[in-house]
Design a protein around this ligand. Structure first.
Ligand code: NDP
Length: 246
């Protein structure tokens, strides 16, 4: 598939992997719909894309709210008439040990990392089924393969995303030509660790930061690769680790 002129929705586009993916796909000619809660950051990104000759619609919203998704789809179809790709990227990672019972943070992770992905799929699927084609990229994590300290709930949410992706692929790819990919990165240098409130875990991450992390643009390249294979080839998983990470 060629990404040129394809209509691509990216959630969590206001920073990190979402922002890098927006820049990469816009360079390749995609028409973008960028969503997140921070409007100022989305506007800065939109300006950057437009200065480079690209096209991006920004729509602020919260992935945990179905009504925000309804508006997003309505506005996307209003402007671009179709939806070719959904990149379910929004996520957070407030790590802590289970015994600390930070249940509010568990709930947020379940709401954003799992329900956010489900809401996104539910919102775009009628259009993709009608089109008999499309691509869904879900950002899971190496956390779907390996537990790390304080990550019991986060790893569970990312395992859910990986398995949901496989179920989606088996249901949608043969019947409707809708390709589904789970992207599973190790440590990427982004703002994700800012959501950690637990002091012990923050210390662990300081130690880890001596390692060379992946860059957000590395994941953007992986997403571009998954999206640009021939329609006959579904890239199921991309599991990508920093060379120095165990
Ligand atoms: P960032 O913190 O830079 O990006 C997270 C994005 O999610 C932000 O744009 C944020 O936007 C958005 N977001 C968070 N909550 C919501 C919400 N309720 N509604 C809408 N948007 C929301 O981190 P990354 O770029 O690293 O994270 C992107 C994805 O990659 C996440 O799913 C993460 O779990 C995954 N990942 C990251 C890894 C890493 O090491 N960095 C490794 C493996 C996977 P805003 O606050 O403006 O709403």
């Amino acid at each position: 598939m060629n990404i040129d002129n394809k209509v691509v929705i990216i959630t969590g586009a206001s920073s990190g992997i979402g922002e890098a993916t927006a820049l990469k796909l816009s360079e390749e000619g995609a028409k973008l719909v960028l969503t997140a809660r921070r409007e100022d950051r989305l506007k800065d990104l939109q300006k950057k894309i437009e200065e480079r000759g690209g096209e991006a619609l920004i729509i602020t919203g919260d992935v945990t709210k179905k009504s925000d998704y309804e508006k997003l789809v309505e506005k996307t179809l209003g402007k671009f008439k179709t939806i070719d790709v959904l990149i379910n990227n929004a996520g957070l990672m407030p790590l802590s040990y289970v015994e600390k019972l930070k249940t509010d943070e568990w709930e947020k992770m379940v709401d954003v990392n799992i329900k956010g992905v489900l809401n996104g799929v539910a919102a775009v699927l009628p259009t993709m089924i009608e089109n008999k084609g499309g691509s869904i990229i879900n950002i899971s994590s190496s956390a779907a393969h390996n537990y790390f300290p304080g990550g019991a709930v986060y790893c569970a949410t990312k395992s859910a995303v990986k398995m949901f992706s496989e179920g989606l692929r088996q249901e949608l790819a043969p019947k409707y030509g809708i390709n589904v990919t789970s992207i599973e990165p190790g440590a990427v240098a982004t703002e994700l660790t800012d959501t950690i409130t637990d002091e012990d875990i923050k210390e662990t991450f300081k130690e880890m930061q001596k390692m060379t992390f992946l860059e957000a643009k590395d994941i953007a390249e992986a997403i571009h690769y998954a999206l640009t294979q021939p329609a006959r080839a579904n890239i199921n998983d991309v599991y990508i680790m920093p060379t120095e990470q165990q």
